[in-house]
Design a protein around this ligand. Structure first.
Ligand code: PHE
Length: 461
């Protein structure tokens, strides 16, 4: 007998779970950093246009393909567009697998920083401690890296093990309100700092003279990553939606919340950075620098109530990352369940172990492990981690996203997509013709531009 398919218990539970997938390290780690690199204002505006013109239509497309098929990414794409499209689903599952393998490592760092900031909050931040050394010390410690990423993987597996309504939805309903609460506390504290005015001007006052062509493509590439698009995560979550929930409303909520949180996180980080003389020159160096090197120390010297907010900030990072890793694992697990008939418990444990093998490589990418550095893959120390991030951000998400626009805009019939989007509960502002125009022309053209740019050597990772 086929297993009864699990569904979201409530519309709000689904919206929170999907928002949890979208909000993650992309919002807290990548977005502030690329906004910094691209000189703020104009870049942020371009990003907002990409989110609305490409991200939102593709979000609706993925959710509708999932709900229509009531199957994992592979099965749902086959049903929607034909047997060969199962390959696009398989591409997505592979992408989820790879992305999860290294995402877990950064997520694990948030656990380490939570422990360290707790220690500093209780016994005081040691005078003269260089946070850059703290960071290199922890990433270079193989045992610690393995323990942290194992801990995070176990947490992810534990949630997915209990299924969609009892695991994923329950965690999202509990954790997302906590996440929003922590973020508001941090925002209030940051807005009171002397650098907040400069931060707001940097983020919201566009200066097009500083915008480069590459920035436009980077903004577009990041919209896929941050909205969890292009690899079937939203198809998978869509496959658990009941018929009477409006896909249009849910998509608008998810996209709006994800964008809002990315902007708030950026305001918080820049307010802190601009409050300290000389800090803005130091930040630029690396993607991880802002989150794990500059900020920890500033909680103890600059941020009002930093003793409390420091550890809370890393709880925020960990929760945001967890609600994303569970969606990544669910893409793989739902595929194993639907296409291979394996029961959820076994599928979850098996997939968790398989992904963890690759997480080991990612976790050791920064360490100088004598045995591993003899292997060719680790010859450059950032090995699997950098290669995987480069490949996923530059190649897999954009190509997967492109295929999805073709499936929804050109292969599926107008009647099929129309009946999913105009399901009787759609909001008044929604116009199906406009969506169809965007999914057929605007989104694929924009994504094709990214792919061509990548071919000519632009790097989004
Ligand atoms: N959207 C997540 C983030 O911003 C990353 C992610 C991508 C999660 C794709 C699931 C699927 O961190």
């Amino acid at each position: 007998m086929p297993q009864q398919r699990d569904h979201w218990n409530s519309n709000i539970g689904f919206v929170l779970a999907a928002t949890g997938s979208a909000i993650g390290l992309g919002n807290l780690w990548k977005f502030p950093f690329i906004t910094w690199e691209n000189n703020g204002g104009a870049f942020v505006l371009v990003y907002l246009v990409c989110i609305a013109a490409v991200g939102l239509p593709i979000m609706m497309a993925e959710l509708l393909i999932g709900r229509r098929g009531q199957k994992s990414a592979v099965g749902a794409l086959k049903d929607a567009a034909g047997p060969a499209w199962g390959l696009v689903g398989g591409w997505g599952v592979t992408c989820g697998f790879i992305l999860l393998s290294y995402y877990t490592v950064i997520a694990g760092w948030s656990l380490y920083y939570f422990a360290r900031t707790m220690e500093w909050s209780f016994s005081g931040f040691p005078a003269g401690l260089a946070t850059g050394d703290v960071f290199t010390g922890q990433v270079g410690n193989a045992g610690l890296q393995l323990a942290l990423s194992l801990g995070f993987s176990l947490g992810t597996v534990a949630v997915v093990y209990f299924g969609v309504s009892k695991g994923i939805e329950r965690i999202a309903r509990t954790f997302l309100p906590i996440l929003f609460g922590i973020l508001i506390l941090l925002l209030v504290s940051a807005l009171g700092m002397s650098g907040s005015g400069e931060a707001l001007r940097f983020i919201f006052r566009p200066s097009f003279a500083e915008l480069e062509a590459d920035s436009v493509l980077e903004a577009l590439g990041h919209s896929f990553f941050t909205l969890s698009l292009g690899m079937g995560a939203m198809i998978t979550y869509g496959s658990y939606i009941a018929r009477h929930h409006s896909i249009v409303k849910a998509s608008a909520m998810i996209v709006a919340l994800d964008t809002l949180i990315a902007l708030i996180a950026t305001v918080i980080m820049f307010s802190v950075i601009f409050s300290v003389a000389g800090m803005s020159e130091q930040v630029g160096g690396s993607t991880v620098g802002m989150l794990f090197i500059s900020l920890p120390e500033l909680f103890y010297s600059e941020v009002p109530f930093g003793v409390l907010l420091g550890p809370l900030f890393y709880v925020l990072v960990a929760l945001a990352a967890l609600t994303s890793t569970i969606s990544l694992l669910e893409v793989v697990v739902s595929y194993v369940i639907d296409e291979h008939g394996v029961a959820r418990h076994r599928a979850t444990i098996g997939s968790g172990i398989a992904v963890f093998v690759f997480t080991i490589f990612a976790a050791l990418s920064f360490t100088d492990t004598p045995f591993l550095s003899t292997l060719a893959v680790f010859a450059n120390k950032t090995g699997w981690f950098e290669t995987a991030d480069h490949f996923v951000s530059n190649w897999m998400l954009p190509t997967g996203g492109f295929a999805i626009t073709i499936a929804a805009g050109w292969i599926m019939s107008r009647k099929a997509t129309e009946s999913e989007l105009l399901d009787g509960n759609q909001p008044d502002w929604f116009n199906y013709g406009v969506w169809r125009f965007f999914i057929r022309f605007v989104a694929p053209a924009a994504v094709a531009a990214i792919i061509i740019a990548v071919l000519f050597g632009v790097d989004f990772s």
